[in-house]
Design a protein around this ligand. Structure first.
Ligand SMILES: Cc1cc2nc3c(=O)[nH]c(=O)nc-3n(C[C@H](O)[C@H](O)[C@H](O)COP(=O)(O)OP(=O)(O)OC[C@H]3O[C@@H](n4cnc5c(N)ncnc54)[C@H](O)[C@@H]3O)c2cc1C
Length: 410
């Protein structure tokens, strides 16, 4: 059943069922897109079912899904008034990054925000905090109607019901019918809107999973995010408040199958033993603070990001490996740059320029994550020496390290 709260659409609502735009998907990208459209005085329906919200408890204090938020995403969230709505005590400024290659005798590549005159390399925020802040923004955005329902049908009409040109007619699972000339697909990697608009998506399954969980460290993390390339897997520990860390361990399906029965305590032991036990040198003892979860990892991109009034944003347009923590950031940046398209009245010329700009912005992340993931899997003679020596060389060049920090904060 759709939500019938005042902010939501209902059969009795006096609000027109024709909108300037419909956004499908209320993940972080969809909520950002709807807020942006509303700020540009467009009438917009945001359609997605209400999902079970994460609620902190003593057993699970932090959402197992957290995001590293880039400088550009942070500025956009601040512009639409979502950043200030985040609970400040649950957002962690990342003061630096330590990255180890797969030769455990080597030192880490160390990047520090202060060496570049910055306060933070990135920020870590929980998914639920971001969703709550954005739902709050949506609620107070004039012209934005929240439809708590799933899309069941989408068809393109040569004329809308008022006879004023091409439109998309969308039907929700409970039978509501909405119309708009523009539909924003922010419904994630398996986008049904993308399929309805006959837009392709070239996807490659890594046959791997990202295992997430939260631990409390014995040793202070000092706000430093840490990452270990471990051959066929990549382990990241992202700093959270109160000496907790959020783990993202990307591993192939075979390794995951062997460890599938591990509870969080067993996984904490595996983390401490990783990199020949050198992880424990920096974390000390790890105590689990909640359950584990696992997400399939894929790489994908749509050749075309718009057609006939449908626009793809976020994971509906591109999927990247989480090792650089950039998938959501690229999506939020898609939205930030979409302002120019709205200002140009959704013209094809503006959409083409936006697509060009966004593909250029997203491509380096695709290459970096896809390339790094591949590079650390290469088992040819000398490959391990080459990649680890490369990292050690970068570590000796302060200017290059400052550039890398600047890229992380871009
Ligand atoms: C383990 C892991 C760690 C990650 N860490 C990071 C990180 O640190 N930083 C980062 O930038 N990125 C990270 N990512 C990537 C990030 O999770 C995604 O890029 C991001 O969540 C995509 O957001 P989205 O809003 O586009 O899609 P989604 O979050 O998938 O949201 C899609 C929305 O569409 C709705 N929907 C789907 N179908 C329908 C339908 N038929 N009708 C209506 N609604 C529908 C869903 O309910 C949902 O609300 C990580 C990914 C993984 C797997």
């Amino acid at each position: 059943m759709p939500d019938t709260s005042p902010a939501a659409f209902s059969a009795a609502s006096p609000v027109s069922r024709r909108f300037d735009a419909i956004v499908v998907g209320a993940g972080i990208v969809g909520l950002c897109a709807a807020a942006l459209l509303g700020r540009h005085h467009k009438s917009v329906a945001l359609v997605a079912p209400a999902l079970a919200a994460f609620k902190p408890s003593d057993a699970q204090r932090f959402d197992p899904r957290v995001y590293a938020i880039s400088g550009k995403s942070q500025r956009f969230l601040a512009d639409i008034k979502a950043w200030d709505a985040l609970p400040v005590q649950r957002v962690t400024a990342v003061t630096g990054m330590d990255i180890w290659g797969d030769d455990t005798r080597n030192d880490a590549l160390t990047l520090r925000a202060r060496d570049s005159g910055m306060e933070a390399v990135t920020w870590i925020a929980e998914q639920q905090s971001l969703l709550d802040a954005l739902e709050m923004v949506a609620k107070f955005t004039p012209g934005l109607i929240r439809v708590m329902d799933r899309v069941s049908k989408l068809e393109c009409l040569s004329q809308d019901s008022a006879g004023s040109g091409r439109a998309w007619r969308l039907q929700t699972a409970s039978g509501d019918v909405l119309e708009a000339p523009v539909v924003v697909a922010a419904d994630g990697a398996n986008s049904a809107v993308r399929a309805a608009a006959l837009l392709d998506f070239a996807v490659e399954d890594y046959n791997a999973l990202g295992v997430v969980g939260t631990f409390r460290q014995e040793l202070a993390h000092d706000g430093v995010a840490r990452q270990w390339f471990l051959g066929s897997s990549v382990l990241a520990l992202l700093p959270l408040p109160d000496q907790c860390v959020s783990m993202v361990w990307s591993m192939d399906a075979h390794q995951h199958a062997q460890w599938q029965r591990d509870d969080a305590a067993a996984m904490a032991r595996r983390v401490m033993q990783a990199a020949d036990g050198r992880v424990a040198d920096v974390t000390g003892q790890l105590q689990p603070c909640g359950e584990l979860a696992a997400y399939p990892l894929r790489h994908g991109v749509a050749p075309l990001w718009f057609a006939d009034g449908v626009v793809l944003l976020g994971d509906a347009a591109h999927l990247v490996h989480p090792l650089a923590g950039q998938g959501l950031n690229i999506g939020v940046e898609d939205v930030a740059d979409f302002a120019a398209v709205i200002e140009a009245g959704f013209s094809d010329a503006a959409l083409r320029a936006w697509q060009r700009q966004r593909k250029a912005g997203a491509q380096p992340i695709h290459w970096l994550t896809h390339g790094l993931n591949g590079l650390f899997r290469v088992e040819l003679p000398g490959a391990q020496w080459l990649r680890n020596t490369g990292m050690q060389m970068v570590n000796q060049v302060p200017a290059l390290k400052r550039w890398l920090v600047g890229q992380a904060m871009r």
